[in-house]
Write a protein that binds this ligand. Structure first.
Ligand code: FAD
Length: 471
């Protein structure tokens, strides 16, 4: 009897519990990927992620074929597609890895399939640990990261990762697959994703290469360097993790043998990986995380919305170089460095006073690593409305942040080329540069590069007053 193996955000063969269990079940295995309708509660994929998905599915299909199998691609509602395949092939079970952002929906699918005599078995592997294993003394989920991290460390190591199987038993005939090209996941004109392939190789192999990069450099300087966007200190694994092309347990295990001199870097890196588990814990606890303030005190916050200012922010035309560099990196690579995500988000929320949900949606559409848990939890963290959030009154000064974390302006020069020739002293504040300095750098403020769309000092006072009114 065949088993249906349902791939979702676990587009890998390595350390894939559902795949191994499907093989162990003894019959043939039918790997399936279902493109579910956008209006279902898992939400539409952003444009950047559609680009990623197209390439990742291509890679996965190739890898499955190399092991004697294939990937069946079908559009439709999951329960309809799965029961149809089961009906046509005689399968009576579906194996799947748990996807915590859609627990309720998965439960409905399981009930619908059970009525048709089809059983779903779900496996662990998308997080370091199963969320219900990390609990407070009172048996409740953690709402603050540090005690969560302490509890996770007490729990011990994550599971030992499973290797890629040598072969996958194929059915005599695979059910009909749609063509991936017909799914129109790639941008047509204009091809806004043309810069993505400079930075990304979607798929398992690409993930392994990024992992090898950080292992080869022993994660050296991660702890300090991770705050400097011009330094290549972080792993760039987020999009691979989001699509499940590598498991967090695999990453954890591969960082085991690194030299003692970088042990602080390794533990800090693992701590960041644990943030991902933490954010998923928050999402499970509060499925409205992307839509509703965790702290409902913020429901009364008087957000403002100026469409021109929001557009300037999305396009990287605010007149604050570090903000603009971040937003343009996002356009170009579908990615932004973590420090700069915090700066750009703070600018949108606190300097422009735009509701954090607008920014969350923009990031969701533009990031290749857009993640339902990490994105919402981090936006709420910056907004101050989140569970373990940065207090609202801590307002980033975009000039000082730039000077501290991009001291030579290398990051700005890379992403805002019209400022490339500007003196280091003014790279984060061109609006303070004397006319002669601007002229020498070929800059005409208001023409070749915008003047600030808002005065930071004024904006800061306005935000604090709004916050005070709330209290
Ligand atoms: P590394 O520093 O190498 O970290 C390793 C892994 O740990 C990351 O790949 C990621 O999976 C996890 N991680 C690191 N930092 C965080 C964090 N703060 N919260 C949760 N997990 C973390 N991350 C996403 O994966 N998807 C998002 O949609 C997302 N949106 C964000 C929005 C805002 C406003 C902010 C401030 C942060 C957001 N992050 C998001 C978190 C973080 O910026 C990225 O995970 C990180 O920049 C990815 O780069 P990296 O893989 O090189 O990270």
């Amino acid at each position: 009897i065949p088993t249906i193996l349902w791939f979702r955000k676990d587009l890998r063969l390595d350390d894939n519990a559902a795949l191994n269990a499907a093989i162990d079940a003894g019959g043939s295995v039918i790997p399936v990927y279902i493109r579910e309708p956008d209006e279902l509660n898992i939400g539409p994929l952003g444009g950047a992620q559609e680009w990623w998905l197209h390439h990742s599915l291509t890679v996965l299909k190739g890898a499955l074929k190399a092991l004697g199998s294939d990937l069946v691609l079908v559009r439709g509602k999951a329960e309809d597609v799965l029961s149809d395949i089961a009906h046509k092939t005689g399968a009576s079970s579906v194996f799947v890895n748990r996807a915590y952002e859609r627990t309720d929906y998965d439960r409905e699918i399981a009930v619908a399939l059970k009525d048709k005599g089809i059983a779903i078995s779900a496996f662990h592997g998308q997080l370091l640990h199963e969320p219900d294993r990390i609990r407070t003394g009172a048996g409740k989920p953690f709402k603050v990261f540090t005690p969560f991290w302490n509890a996770m460390q007490k729990l011990g190591e994550p599971h030992e990762p499973m290797d890629t199987p040598k072969s996958i038993p194929a059915p005599k005939q695979f059910p009909r697959s749609e063509s991936l090209d017909g799914w129109d996941l790639l941008p047509t004109k204009p091809d806004w994703a043309s810069g993505f392939s400079e930075m990304w190789t979607p798929g398992e192999q690409g993930a392994r290469e990024k992992l090898k990069d950080i292992i080869d450099r022993d994660l050296h300087d991660y702890k300090r360097g991770r705050d400097f966007p011009a330094i290549d200190a972080t792993s760039s694994l987020s999009a691979h993790l989001t699509h499940g092309e590598i498991s967090p347990a695999r990453i954890w295990y591969e960082t085991r043998g690194l030299p003692a001199k970088t042990s602080e870097d390794v533990s800090h890196f693992r701590r960041e990986l644990a943030w991902r588990d933490f954010c998923y814990g928050l999402l499970i606890e509060f499925p409205g995380l992307d839509r509703e303030n965790w702290d409902d005190k913020f429901d009364a916050f008087e957000w403002q919305y100026d469409a021109k200012q929001f557009t300037a922010w999305t396009k990287g035309m605010t007149g604050y170089p570090i903000v603009d560099a971040g937003m343009r990196q996002l356009w170009k690579h579908g990615y932004m460095h973590n420090r700069v995500r915090m700066i750009t988000a703070s600018f949108m929320i606190k300097d422009l006073m735009i509701d954090w949900r607008k920014g969350e949606q923009w990031f969701r559409d533009a990031l290749v690593d857009a993640d339902p848990a990490n994105n919402s939890a981090n936006w709420q963290w910056v907004a101050g409305s989140g569970a373990d959030a940065s207090p609202f009154f801590r307002i980033f000064n975009p000039i000082l942040q730039g000077e501290k974390f991009d001291p030579d302006g290398d990051y700005v020069r890379e992403h805002v080329p019209e400022l490339a020739k500007l003196d280091r002293k003014y790279i984060h504040k061109p609006f303070e540069a004397p006319a002669a300095v601007l002229e020498k750098a070929g800059i005409e403020l208001g023409k070749t590069y915008p003047k600030p769309i808002v005065d930071h000092g004024f904006a800061r006072d306005r935000a604090l007053a709004a916050y005070k009114a709330l209290k």
